[in-house]
Design a protein around this ligand. Sequence first.
Ligand code: SF4
Length: 409
Amino acid sequence: MQLPELLAPAGTMEKLTIAVRYGADAVYLGGEQFGLRAMAGNFSHEALAAAVAYCHAHGVRVYLTVNSYPPDRQLRDLERYLRQVAGLPFDAYIVADPGVLRLVRRISPERALHLSTQANTINREAALFWQEQGVGRINLAREMTLDDIRATVQAVTVPCEVFIHGALCIAYSGRCLLSSALTGRSANQGACTQPCRWRYRLEEETRPGLHLPIEEDATGTFIFNSKDLCLLEQLPPLLEAGVGALKIEGRMKGIHYLAGVLRVYRTALDTYGKDPAGYRADPAWLEELTTLSHRGYSTGFLLGDPRDVGQEYHAGYRRSHQLVGVVEEYRQDGASLVAVRNRFAAGDRLELIGPRMKQATLQAAGMLRLDAEGGAAPTEVAHPNQRLIMPLPAAAEPGDLLRRPPPTD
Ligand code: SF4
């Protein structure tokens, strides 16, 4: 059967190579301007060219995000930017603002256009409107239910895309002014400081300065704090509804998150594709997603109004496993090369993970630290940014990750 495209974020070149390796059919990324996610790292012009070439060499489609809402004073820069990237063979641009769409039409008329979630397409009439504008794919708002999605997919002839995993806003995506109001950094320009996850206090208006704590339980309260979206268990109805692409949120998330999410959804989709009638979600997949940084999972609006079950009452992100290294080279003689990301020590129990749920355990041992001159010295403790030589399980390959699970006691 024809599976929908699995579309992953690629905030940096390293994340892009991880996305390709861990099973994305397509990636989306931003240039240095107009792509939202101002803090995602983003790509210079040369890096964009290299990213497109890398993706196409690996049979992966690549989309450029141009989905901010630029005010009039930015239009000249936008036009210059669009002319600069016009020669790069992106498979599509992701746009939200009709003005940007119009400019792209003038500068790169051949370019396919995908409608961003920032356009908040919330019903089938809106989808039909965008189809009439010549948009080649429509991202359906996260606030739609499964019935809404089904009806919209049937109403239009262009493919529809839905988010299946990642952070949710407490407002319609892109319609939130909290960050602009409190910090001057606009979510609509890609600079959200995420004040929806801050702690708030109450002030009675005739008693300025008297800040009363808001306490619903021992952790206080997080009145704007939404859980993250996870639709792993809803894949069959989404696939039966005929959606054309499944999108993962998170250009600013790390490589462990990206690899973990992708290997789960890639495996789930391929399993479904082989035998839709016999498909069952493996509990190990959901378990893997809970090892990654998240704020509790919910199905968002898919099954109806989330009300209080969509709210996260704990402040922080939670995750059980920590990335400690990236395999750069595997050697059977016990001298594999590892780039260290976080501290670990000889004797630590580690997991090696790779695409399609590949997993092995090992105990860190026999570590040699490489120095700038190419020398190697034994070490008991590995620190971030060091490179190590150490033995790894036979399944290891370049691009696999090493992570530390929580202690078992
Ligand atoms: S403050 Fe929170 S709800 Fe608002 S745009 Fe940022 S992440 Fe979304």
